[in-house]
Write a protein that binds this ligand. Structure first.
Ligand code: HEC
Length: 246
């Protein structure tokens, strides 16, 4: 025994620690990485203990804010509610095709349009300085807070802080087109992750099984001297890959 005995003890301990780490990691993967407030009964297909999520499920770590899933949010948006929300913009904007510019430019077809290019409207320097097109992302941030997205903008509107309202509204704006752009695909992450996680779970399960067997064998070998060591199970002993060799 001697050195070999302690090698085995260390091996079993290290194996156990690794297994605990793997399971912890698995837990982190299983917990959705986007904010719990973005989840509703509508966008989850499994029963969820909302109270546990809200209270953090006893975990000290704050839930990480994942990337905004535009595809998912837009696919779940309520266009007719967006039309209602758009009444808050109607004091300054018209929405119909060929509608007049008012205090603000007409917004028909604004999704995907170049920023600050609607015919016949004179934009502020702040808006003209913005590069690119009105992507979903740009609109989302601009509508959330015009003054922070385009400091100095002439759009004196405080902004919509409610994300669900913004996405309903953006889905409505998106519909104002002869040829609406397709919505982006929802982030693939979740489906792929589920597969990955179940693979990992399988592997972890197998590893645990192997380890348990190995530990059993080793325990048998380590039986106190004087007693006959319990015979290792012959049918499994041969085919078990010996991990490491330390
Ligand atoms: C008080 C008037 C006012 C309200 C209310 C208002 N806007 Fe505006 N909006 C403007 C003005 C003015 C501009 C031009 C801004 C500039 O040139 O800086 C503008 C510009 C925009 C643009 C950029 C258009 C382009 O052609 O680049 C978008 C998009 C927009 N508004 C959306 C909205 C939405 C959505 C709402 C309602 C949630 C809203 N606005 C509410 C006045 C308003």
């Amino acid at each position: 025994m001697g050195d070999l005995f302690w090698n085995k003890v260390a091996g079993v301990l290290i194996g156990a620690v690794l297994a605990v780490m793997a399971i912890t990691e698995l837990g982190h993967l299983l917990v959705p990485s986007h904010g719990a407030h973005e989840l509703t009964d509508e966008n989850t297909s499994y029963p969820v203990d909302w109270a546990a999520i809200e209270s953090g499920g006893g975990e000290a770590e704050p839930v990480e804010e994942g990337p905004t899933d535009y595809g998912l949010l837009l696919a779940n948006a309520d266009i007719s509610n967006g039309e209602r929300v758009a009444r808050r913009c109607a004091a300054c904007h018209t929405f119909e095709q060929g509608g007049a510019n008012g205090v603000g430019p007409n917004l028909w077809g604004v999704v995907g349009a170049d920023i600050a290019t609607h015919a016949g409207f004179s934009y502020s320097a702040a808006l003209q300085a913005l590069e690119g097109e009105w992507t979903y992302e740009a609109l989302n941030h601009f509508i959330e807070s015009p003054a922070s997205y385009a400091p100095g903008t002439a759009m004196s509107f405080r902004g919509l802080s409610d994300e669900a309202q913004r996405f309903d509204l953006i889905a409505y704006l998106h519909s104002l087109s002869d040829n609406p752009l397709p919505f982006p695909d929802p982030l693939p992450e979740e489906g792929e992750m589920t597969e990955e996680v179940s693979d990992m779970a399988e592997q972890a399960g197998e590893a645990m099984g192997d380890m348990a067997e190995e530990a059993g064998e080793q325990a048998a070998e380590m039986a106190p001297e004087g007693e006959e060591p319990a015979p290792a199970e012959d049918d499994t002993a041969g085919e078990e890959p010996q991990e490491g060799g330390h």
